[in-house]
Structure formats: C-alpha cells, structure tokens
Design a protein around this ligand. Structure first.
Ligand code: ZN
Length: 577
C-alpha cells in the first residue's frame, strides 16, 4: 500500500514537472554534422540548432525528440551543459513507435518570439523497425516493406519526419489507430517548419568499393566518395533553404547511374537491365509529358531522379521529383512511375492537390493513350475506392463546418490531394477539353499561385465558363462524393426506328458533377453529358437511331460513393398504331 502511494506521488511529480507545450517552439535553423556507418547501422550527430518561441507565453522548458533508437549525448547553451531529462515518448510519428525525448530546462526564460541556440549531440542505430505498424495489427511481412527505413550495409535509405526522426523534431504524440492523427501531426510540423533552414554535412564510411550518398536537398544528386582498396570515406553536403514541404531523406548505396537529359537513374550494378527499362520508359513518355506539362527541367529547373531501393518489395516513396523504388517492376509499371516523376519535374505547384493531382492525372491520361479510355478508367478505379473509404472517415460534422479541413486546398490526407485531385483534373478535362486545359496549365505560374481561386480563374479565363460551383463542391470544400441514380426514362417513338428518350437523373450526394449518360441501342450507343448538382435532379432528352435498350449513368470518370444503382433497363411503350 505504501509502495503504491509513493509511486503515485512520483507520477504526479513527474507529470507536473513535464507539463510542457511541445509545439511552442519552431526550429528555425539546423546545422548538423552527421556520421553514418552502414556496417554498424550507426548514426552520430553533432551540431547547432536555433529554436524560436512561437507561443504567446515565456517558456522555461522545451522538448526535443529523436527516434527512440537514438540517444541524447549532450545539450549545451553558450558552451555550458544544460539540464535535461531524457524519456521515452510514445508516438507513431517515428517507425519505432516512440521517440527519445529530451525535456530541456533553459537557464532563464525564453520570451515569446525570442530564440535560443543549442549545441546538441545524439547517436545510436537506425535498424529496420516496423513496430508502429505491427502493433496495430499489420502483418510483419507487409509492415517491413512499408517502413523500410534503415542504415545497413546492404542499402541505406532513411526518410525524415513521419518515418524516422533522424534530426530533432517536437510534436505532440501521434497515434496510427486514431484516424489521420499521424498525417495531421506531420502536416502541422511541416507547416511550422516550412521556413526553416536545414544544412547537413554527411560523412559516411565503409569497407570495399566506395558507396555514394544521395539526398533530396541542394545541391541534390549523388556525391562520390574517396576510397582506398579496403575502405572508403565520403562527404556530402545537403541543404534545404528553406525546407518547404520536403521530408529530408538520404540514401547510401554502391550505385551505378544512367544520366539522361530529363531523368537520372541510380541502381545497384546487378540490376542494370531493370534500370535500362526505366530509362527507355522515360524516353518513350517524355514527348507525352512535354506536350501536356512542358519540358521536364523546364519550368521547375529540376530533373526526375530514380534511386533504387534494395528491398525488392519495398513500397515506392517519392519526394518532389525524386523516386525511391525497387526497380524490379514490369515495363508498364515503370512507365507509369516515370510519367509521374517527369510530370513533377516539368510542372511545379506549391499546392499539393495541383502538384500531386496532376502527376496522377498524367498517369491516367497516359494509360488512356496506351490502352483507351476504359484502361484509364480501370486505372483510376483503384483510386476511387481509396477516396470513397477516406470520405467515410471524414465526419459529416467536419464536412459541414466552415473551415473545411479536408477540402482539397487544406487537406493533409493523401487519398484526397492525390486520388481525389486526380479525378478533379480528369473531370475538368472532360468538361473543358484537352486544349483548353493544356492552355490553362501553360499559363500557370507557381509564384503567382497565392490565393485558392487562382487555378479556377485561370481555367475560367481560358474557357469563359463559370466553374465556381464545381470548385465549391470539389476543391474549396469537402462535400463528399456524388451518388447518381436514373429516376426515369420515357421513350417516345419517332420516325422509323428512332426514339426520343427523356431521362431524369438524381444525384443523392452533396457534390455536383457533369456526368456522362450512355444510352445503349440495338445498334450502337449514344453518350451525352449532363450537369447534376448536389441533392438535385436534372433531365435530358436523347435521340436514338435505333431501338433503345439500356441507360448507364457515369462511365467511371466521376468518383461516386455507390456505383450499384447506375444501370436502367428501358421499357418500351406498347406498340402504338
Ligand atoms: Zn508525386
């Protein structure tokens, strides 16, 4: 009993001591020296960081978090060690499912807006660890190909915030079993850090032939290393000025490279044929991407870059126009992924729904060019299911609120800014046509894109068409998905075998769309498009050249919540005299 009491007092004390606002500070500057030893799976960091108090009250303590497989070694202010308590902090923002958190007590207080410079040191190992996924029930075999980050002799690839806290961060705990908590926490951190400067000087050591380190900052690309016959040492500087939306990452491998004007491919020497497949795919896709989005390395001054992941089943990961992926895919997949990266290299937007949405849209249009419209719709249907699932998670309450956290312009949910955005571009293309859309994209300037309505106005000025309702339903707000149903179809016989069929459609969802209606006849079919706003009905008359049989609303180009009520058998009137 007594023991219990003591324990309770201790807990209460520690809770009191650590009552801390973890998101009070922004790191404005990172200047790190990082030593990586793939053979030992080790990382050791020394450096300086500057933090600014962005809260409204003075702060005495601050939180610094690194992956739980790393340990804090020292924290100093003005050359003097400061007091800190290191603790394990459970959070799914890191692949290990926890962070090593240092609660630092600053001598004196940091007033609002003031900054403090810390000298820090931490080290440890970064090994394959999918604990955050396996503990929510993801099978280990699947989890390890998703959380593949590690430092290893067989291949090093380590992503930053949201995967491995290899540089210090500070966020409230995120939990994978609570909706979009991890996405939202990462998005909040990125928004806070968008203006931060991050500079890292990597030193890496190993045995045998020299390995190469790549990172996704400036100057970008690969850096060679010096070697003797038995060992090597490499130095690579990597800077983010500022961080923007990037997740800083580094890879180390004994790569060989194929350099082409629009794309670089780094691969392990025994996978040369696969790398060449990518290079050929890029060559074939280049005219298509240029026609739609301009020259890669044109508007955004960047090249597409593909770096091989050593795990052949690893889930691909992209950062800007850099793609980390296994290369053992078939040529069709290779082609789709280079289309995506080349689009990024050609067309930059600070808005994720434009930047990512267009890159996925480009894949769909490319599929259409290769295999026809049905092939494109099949490709998109995988995205549709993902969007429909994500829409179920968004509560009706959140949807009706004014701040619309899951509108395309605000969302941090990938299914929305990727998959739903892809559909938005496809629907816009169906509504205004290829050439008007291409003209609008050509007129787009990332540096002028400062207001949500910029893209709408660009499209409107090219088309003289009012798109306000469409942007309201799909971009500025999250109104969910439409659900179309054919209410009635009345055929009236005209001359010969021709009919006029009056079709009434209902949209039970809240988002409106212009949807194709296909009327199948004994000979052939007619396709018409009809605008049906949310929670309303619309009517259209369709003329046929032979006996009408069946109506189908939506060919799959509009993402819908329920596609089981889209077919309607037409009943012909009694034969009249
Ligand atoms: Zn992308």
């Amino acid at each position: 009993m007594k023991f219990f009491h003591v324990l309770w007092v201790l807990c209460a004390l520690s809770l009191h001591g650590y009552a801390i606002d973890r998101e009070a500070f922004t790191v404005t500057n990172y200047d790190l020296d990082i030593r990586v030893e793939p053979e030992q799976q080790r990382l050791a960091a020394r450096g300086k960081i500057i933090l600014r108090n962005r809260s409204k009250s003075p702060q005495k303590n601050l939180s610094l978090q690194i992956s739980s497989s790393l340990d804090w070694r020292s924290i100093q202010v003005d050359g003097k060690a400061v007091q800190f308590v290191s603790q394990l902090y459970t959070s799914d923002i890191d692949h290990t499912g926890a962070l090593s958190e240092a609660i630092v007590t600053i001598p004196g207080e940091i007033p609002p807006q003031a900054t403090v410079e810390l000298e820090i040191g931490y080290e440890g190992v970064i090994t394959l660890d999918a604990a955050r996924l396996t503990r929510i029930g993801v099978p280990a075999e699947v989890a390890r190909h998703s959380d593949w980050d590690q430092i290893s002799k067989s291949g090093t690839a380590v992503r930053g915030v949201g995967y491995v806290a290899w540089y210090p961060i500070a966020t409230e705990a995120a939990n994978l079993s609570e909706g979009n908590s991890v996405f939202e926490t990462v998005a909040r951190w990125k928004a806070r850090e968008a203006e931060a400067q991050l500079k890292v000087k990597f030193k890496h050591f190993g045995e045998g032939t020299p390995a190469i380190l790549a990172c996704n900052g400036e100057p970008g690309g690969l850096r060679s290393s010096q070697g003797t016959e038995t060992s090597y040492e490499g130095v690579t500087e990597c800077a983010f000025q500022p961080l923007g939306d990037a997740v800083p990452l580094f890879t180390i491998g004994k790569y060989e490279a194929i350099d082409r004007p629009a794309i670089d491919i780094s691969y392990s020497p025994d996978h040369k044929p696969a790398a060449e497949r990518y290079a050929i795919a890029a060559q074939l896709a280049l005219p298509f991407v240029t026609e739609w989005f301009g020259t890669p390395k044109g508007r955004s001054e960047v090249k597409a870059e593909v770096i091989e992941l050593s795990d052949p089943e690893a889930a691909p990961y992209e950062s800007g126009s850099m793609l980390l992926t296994p290369l053992n895919v078939d040529s069709k997949m290779a082609q789709l992924s280079v289309v995506h990266e080349l689009t990024h290299a050609a067309f930059y937007s600070p808005q994720p729904w434009i930047y990512e949405g267009l890159a996925h849209f480009a894949q769909a249009v490319f599929r259409e060019r290769e295999g026809g419209r049905d092939a494109a719709l099949d490709f998109m249907d995988v995205h549709r299911r993902a969007v429909a699932e994500a829409e179920k998670v968004v509560s009706t309450a959140a949807r009706q609120g004014n701040d619309a956290p899951d509108s395309l312009i605000a969302t941090s949910v990938e299914e929305f800014y990727r998959s739903k955005a892809m559909y938005v571009w496809w629907m816009l293309r169906d509504m205004i046509g290829d050439s008007k859309l291409k003209q609008s994209l050509e007129a787009y300037r990332a540096e002028d894109d400062r207001k949500p309505a910029y893209m709408q106005h660009l499209l409107e000025s090219q088309t003289q068409r009012d798109l306000q309702w469409f942007f309201d339903d799909w971009v500025y707000r999250d109104r969910g998905l439409p659900d179309f149903r054919i209410v009635s179809a009345h055929p009236r016989k005209m001359m010969g075998n021709s009919y006029i069929v009056t079709v009434t459609l209902e949209n039970r969802g809240d988002a409106g769309a212009e949807v194709p209606v296909t009327l199948k006849m004994v000979d052939g079919q007619v396709i018409k498009r009809l605008e049906v706003r949310g929670k309303s009905e619309a009517t259209i008359r369709i003329e046929t050249t032979s006996t009408p049989l069946e109506l189908v609303v939506n060919d799959g180009s509009v993402p819908e919540s329920d596609r089981n009520n889209n077919v309607y058998e037409i009943e012909l009137p009694e034969k009249s005299n």
